[in-house]
Ligand binder design. Structure first.
Ligand code: COA
Ligand code: ZN
Length: 306
């Protein structure tokens, strides 16, 4: 037997922020249009669970993602009722930034991919073209935050493995343009702890202090192992979607995000404070099949244990 080693659980962060993304990443992948009132009711219920930050919607072409056609109405309602919660809006271009600002978004989550092929599928732009638009977004954002979200940061469905150095190069560009924070996304959910460790270590060495959000899908069932790996490297902000919903309509094979309730339960077990009320999330999650007519992808919500 290999020698016993101590796992340094006491080195993990004592607090973690969980950002709820079901209303954007979860809903965007549902074909049938969810009535605006249902989106708003779900956001109202999630707002009571104690999140500091919620990704409310995306300002994208309604031809590309018809589900998000009511983004302005949803965002304006959310800000009116839940002004203290940081409202994130995903955007793929300058037009999205203008519309998101007009509707009251606090954070513009500009998405571009680490790989050319996925960026073209998702935004019909080269990575350079997206970066030029990001420069413009940073110019017009004024006192709002700009987040650069790097999609397909570990594996691309068209190009395969992405190197940590390639991710760092894009972060360098985003930072030099004036982005306030970065997100690193496993868009197709095929990353594993060894890959995640390699890339995230490279990124942390270069950016030890910056706020870096991790957005990890659970296609291969490794999201929580990947999050544990990230926690050991000091990462402490994670996206998650109630009910484990989610997926990119332009990335074949992508499944849902880490389920918020599974992540919060996991962090609770590790003694890490999230400030999020697990009971409230479970209520929202368990209402999803009735409310949205789709099945859950969550361990906790499907068990009767709590
Ligand atoms: N919000 C709303 N409408 C938008 C928009 C935005 N951010 N960007 C473009 N549009 C509209 C244009 O006004 C135009 O409308 P029209 O045909 O009525 O004149 C139409 O969409 C096409 O605009 P164009 O600039 O030619 O964009 P495109 O067809 O090259 O599409 C994107 C590019 C980026 C707008 C589109 O691919 C997109 O929205 N992608 C987002 C993908 C996504 O959400 N992925 C999942 C999240 S990662
Ligand atoms: Zn996603």
């Amino acid at each position: 037997m290999a020698p016993l080693v101590n796992v340094p659980f006491d080195s993990l962060p004592s607090k973690v922020e969980v950002i709820e993304v079901c209303p954007r990443d979860g809903f965007q992948n549902i074909r049938e249009f969810i009535p605006t009132a249902v989106k708003i009711a779900t956001l109202d219920a999630l707002a009571e669970a104690g999140f500091k930050t919620i990704e409310v919607t995306s300002f994208v072409s309604p031809k590309a993602v018809p589900q998000m056609a009511d983004a302005a109405e949803v965002m304006a309602d959310f800000k009116r009722k839940h002004g203290k919660i940081e409202a994130v809006a995903l955007i793929p271009n300058i037009k999205g930034a203008e519309k998101a600002l007009e509707a009251g978004a606090d954070t513009l989550n500009f998405v571009l991919s680490a790989s050319e092929s996925h960026n073209r599928e998702n935004t019909r732009r080269t990575v350079e073209e997206s970066l030029s638009e990001l420069a413009e977004v940073c110019r017009i954002k004024k006192d709002k935050k700009a987040r650069l979200s790097i999609a397909t940061a570990f594996f691309c469905p068209f190009e395969g493995e992405i190197s940590g150095d390639a991710v760092v190069k894009i972060i360098d560009r985003g930072m030099s343009l004036g982005c306030d924070e970065i997100a690193i996304a496993d868009t197709i959910g095929t990353a594993h702890p060894v890959k995640v460790h390699g890339t995230l270590k490279t990124v942390r060495e270069r950016y030890p202090e910056d706020r870096i959000v991790l957005h990890l899908h659970d296609t291969h069932g490794m999201a929580l192992s990947n999050i544990l790996t990230a926690l050991f490297l000091g990462y402490d902000v994670f996206d998650a979607a109630t009910g484990g919903l989610g997926g990119c309509p332009f990335a074949p094979g992508a499944a849902g995000n880490a389920a918020t309730e599974d992540l919060v339960n996991f962090l609770n077990c590790l003694g890490i404070d999230t400030g999020v009320n697990l009971t409230k999330i479970l209520e929202v999650s368990r209402a999803i099949p009735d409310r949205l007519g789709i099945p859950l992808c969550s361990h906790l919500a499907m068990t009767q244990a709590c």
